[in-house]
Write a protein that binds this ligand. Structure first.
Ligand code: PLP
Length: 426
């Protein structure tokens, strides 16, 4: 038995499902999860000493690659002065200055310790600011595991929320409305009926938790207009897209100004940091100034903030995001060509440093279309690639991530591996 298998068996006796976050258990693709021991740049090594090219990047944060020298040095230097104070630090001010500079719609910002805390807090703030209870989210978008957000739609038009997790009271879920992503007509109809009751709309401005789905410009424009008309706050959940699809996030890429933005992943550089912020008049509703309570023992933790600052520092190098986007496009173009060469039905696309792979003729535009992709083919592809030393997200419903440390040789090696695996799928 491999050490990975041994560790997984033992872990299952003490940790529910053997993992501390469900998708890690390989439930969707089957088989034994990989237990990692070390990473450097684009590469990972598991407990059995097997080497992989990494396209998960800890689900997004590792945009510079693993164990990046400057980030590690910043963490070590900051840690030497204590791990936490639970009091304000100059580092937090540096981070607030940088975030508000890079993402100008964020006039003020508060730091938290995860993406979930960021979205949960932003929604409470939106409800407090508007004195409304209902929120709107989109089918297939994930915003962390807060109760109000663990709700998904049935198919079709508007559905009043049903919880998609046990333990979420139906009375609470009923305040969460859901619509299909990219459906402008459904959005207009909902706002004409209920617009004035909706506190906020939250969306992933490039959806990355149902594989990757791009927003249509008409959808984003309709959202902005309808929210403004009805006094509903527009929240861009940029936990995944922030600093990754462009330096200023998806809002910069698409030229849409949300009222509030949530951040996570890249701003911690691999340590736990999240943030939410936006219009100063809205942020003034937060405690200690205003009536909306929000707090955290480790919020703004100096070591985590130092890792984030060191990461964001490097993203500001001119050309960083063009280079990252070009690498990512080279990967998806190469995969599409390799599949075409052997006659496998496959499509792929990228936005900045994130990408989607689909076993379907065309890239999907909604959750319903994502569900029509051939999941069994993805699972076989995933395991074939894993055997070839390429670590993809262990689910057909997750986006992938490229780091600036991925080299031409890494991408060529990945495409060559895929060529063999595609051939075996026919
Ligand atoms: N929002 C989005 C768009 C995410 O992708 C995630 C996590 O994947 C979250 C929120 C939740 O962040 P966290 O896992 O840090 O709580």
């Amino acid at each position: 038995m491999s050490r990975n298998q041994q560790l997984f068996e033992q872990s299952q006796t003490l940790i529910p499902g053997g993992v501390n976050s469900p998708v890690r258990a390989f439930g969707s693709v089957g088989g034994t999860p990989v237990f990692f021991k070390r990473g450097l740049g684009s590469r990972l090594w598991d407990e059995d000493g097997q080497e992989y090219i990494d396209y998960v990047g800890s689900w997004g944060p590792m945009i510079l690659g693993h164990a990046q020298t400057d980030v590690i040095a910043a963490v070590q230097a900051t840690a030497a002065n204590s791990l936490s104070f639970g009091a304000p630090t100059a580092l937090e001010l540096d981070m607030a200055q940088l975030i508000t500079h890079l993402v100008p719609s964020m006039e003020q910002v508060r730091l938290v310790s995860s993406g979930t805390e960021a979205t949960m807090s932003a929604i409470r703030l939106a409800r407090g600011f508007t004195s409304r209870s209902k929120i709107l989210k989109f089918e297939g978008c994930y915003h962390g595991h807060a109760d109000s957000l663990l709700v998904k739609a049935g198919s079709g038009a508007l559905t009043f929320g049903q919880p998609s997790s046990a333990g979420v009271p139906p009375e609470l879920a009923a305040h969460t409305l859901t619509l299909p992503y990219n459906d402008v007509a459904a959005l207009e109809q909902l706002f004409s009926e209920l617009g004035e009751q909706i506190a906020c709309v939250i969306l992933e401005p490039v959806a990355g938790n149902m594989n990757l789905v791009n927003p249509s410009p008409a959808f984003l424009n309709a959202l902005r207009t309808l929210c403004t008309q009805s006094g509903t706050l527009l929240i861009f959940d940029e936990v995944m897209t922030g600093f990754r699809v462009a330096l200023g996030g998806a809002q910069q890429l698409f030229g849409i100004k949300p009222d509030l933005t949530t951040l996570g992943k890249v701003i911690g550089g691999g340590l736990p940091v999240g943030a939410f912020g936006g219009r100063a008049d809205v942020m003034a509703f937060l405690a200690p100034l205003g009536p909306v309570y929000q707090a955290g023992t480790l919020s703004g933790n100096p070591v985590a903030v130092a890792a984030g600052l060191a990461t964001l520092q490097q993203l500001q190098r001119p050309g960083f995001h063009d280079e990252l986007a070009a690498k990512t496009r080279q990967l998806t173009d190469g995969l599409v060509q390799a599949a075409r060469d052997v006659g496998v039905t496959f499509s792929a696309q990228s936005v900045g440093g994130m990408f989607g792979l689909y076993f379907s003729e065309h890239c999907p535009n909604s959750f319903a279309e994502v569900m029509q992709c051939d999941k069994a083919a993805f699972n076989r592809f995933f395991h074939g690639m894993l055997e070839q030393g390429v670590y993809l997200a262990p689910s057909a419903f997750e986006a992938g991530f490229v780091s600036i440390a991925h080299s031409e040789a890494d991408i060529d090696q990945t495409i060559a591996a895929a060529r063999q695996v595609f051939a075996s799928l026919r």
